[in-house]
Ligand binder design. Structure first.
Ligand code: ATP
Ligand code: MG
Length: 408
């Protein structure tokens, strides 16, 4: 018996990624659909980033992925996985686990042999979860393992609440999967589970975050940017391409429509029958109409904007109402109640802040009036639009569109 234990202890332990999901676990009869999508996404991103084949197994409401034989414990080796998994929506948390024995005496030795440097830790605890019938309860396993580890030299007091060293053990598949650290995933719902939406994206802070928030809820986003080139330089277009490239890591293939819009703005701004102060509202209503046409062609069922209530003088309830009336499909505004500071924090986390803060000439400020309307009256706007070639604006803009594809 002693010899068997010794062999089990010193033998090579397989390494796995153990991935937990949260919200999709509540999806009732739709659970399988969400699980399949997350499964597909995990396999896709890991194989793409690491250029290896991965077997992703779903068991008992978690995913278990065997790590390649050359995987080491080094932070460097873990980094690629952490980077990849932090962009997979649907993941609640994940850890790099060892596949240990369900014999507690052997397991304690295996844990001890693989303990990380604990010289800076003031306390520790063992947390166990069982998803199979075993001759001991989880709490008994925690106490037994803790006592044995202390005997082996882990001379630290036990602290159950927020310990410096947390040893997690999950018992299932006749294996004790143990780890020393849990990483948070981004949460949300798996990529491309919620239907297509068209996101209007500028080079600013807000719209990339708005698109991210909807992607996080499972929407497949197609991006549209309106630019004033050649009335401006290429900086804003280049920034938008960079932003969309960043966001393309969160979903399968991504499309960006670049729509030349300067000519429309120029025609509106030089039309003497158009009061200068409603120009911005007319531009926005044109953008919405063009985006709606793209939504129709792409079979998307809604638009997304980065509008934020009251952030700029033009984002009043009257103006948002007047702009909304140009669309016959839903316009999602996920940031409507966010503070600017909250948006910036989010932009920092997803890495768009750095790009959005680069100076560029904003399309919207081109041909803008000195004093824009803040309380638009829809009746007046419709009256002015009667004399504008609206369908020609839409058709001309779309026929000059450039489409850029980004790989996931
Ligand atoms: P952002 O930070 O996203 O630019 P903002 O606070 O500057 O937003 P506005 O410029 O009024 O606000 O734009 C409101 C929304 O209209 C944007 O969030 C975006 O969804 C859309 N939008 C504005 N300009 C463009 C553009 N050039 N191309 C595509 N969408 C745009
Ligand atoms: Mg803007």
């Amino acid at each position: 018996m002693q010899l068997v234990r010794l062999i089990l202890t010193i033998s090579y332990l397989k390494r796995y990624l153990l991935v937990h999901y949260s919200e999709i676990g509540l999806k009732g009869s739709n659970l399988q659909y969400f699980v399949d999508r997350l499964h597909k996404r995990l396999k896709f991103v890991l194989e793409k980033a690491l250029r290896k084949t991965f077997v992703v197994k779903h068991c008992l409401k978690r995913f278990l992925i065997e790590l390649p034989g050359d995987f080491t414990n080094s932070a460097l080796d873990e980094l690629t996985y952490i980077d990849v998994l932090s962009k997979v929506f649907g993941i609640e948390n994940f850890s790099f686990v060892f596949g240990g024995s369900i014999d507690l005496a052997v397991l304690a030795e295996q844990i001890h042999a693989n303990l990380p440097d604990f010289s800076k830790c003031m306390n520790f605890c063992v947390r166990a979860k069982r998803s199979q019938i075993l001759p001991y309860k989880s709490i008994d396993a925690e106490r037994d393992l803790g006592a044995r580890l202390i005997d082996f030299g882990l001379k630290l007091p036990v602290r159950l609440d927020d310990p410096d060293l947390r040893i997690s053990v999950e018992f299932f598949n006749d294996t004790a999967y143990f780890s020393f650290k849990k990483y948070s995933g981004p949460g949300g719902l798996p990529a491309n589970t919620g239907g297509k939406l068209i996101s209007l994206v500028s080079g600013g802070f807000d719209s990339p975050v708005a698109a991210y928030r909807m992607m996080k809820r499972g929407a497949r986003i197609i991006f549209v940017h309106f630019h004033a080139y050649p009335y401006t330089d290429m900086t804003e277009i280049n920034n938008v391409k960079e932003l969309v490239k960043k966001l393309s890591a969160y979903q399968f293939d991504t499309k960006l429509y670049l729509i030349p819009f300067g000519k429309v703005q120029k025609e509106i701004s030089t039309n003497l029958d158009v009061p200068a102060k409603i120009r911005i509202i007319l531009y926005r209503r044109m953008m919405i109409r063009i985006a709606e046409k793209i939504a129709h062609d792409e079979k998307a069922k809604g638009l997304v904007t980065g509008d934020n209530f009251g952030q700029v003088a033009s984002q009043t309830s009257e103006n948002i109402f007047a702009i909304d009336q140009a669309s016959s499909i839903v316009v999602y505004r996920p940031l409507i109640s966010f503070d600017k500071a909250e948006i910036i924090v989010q932009a920092d986390v997803i890495g768009t802040h750095e790009i959005s803060k680069m100076p560029c000439k904003d399309t919207c400020t081109m041909f803008a009036p000195k004093i824009p309307e803040i309380r638009a009256n829809l009746r007046d706007i419709l009256e002015v639009e009667k004399n504008l070639p609206i369908s020609k604006f839409v058709d001309d803009s779309l026929s000059a569109a450039e489409i850029i594809n980004f790989e996931a």
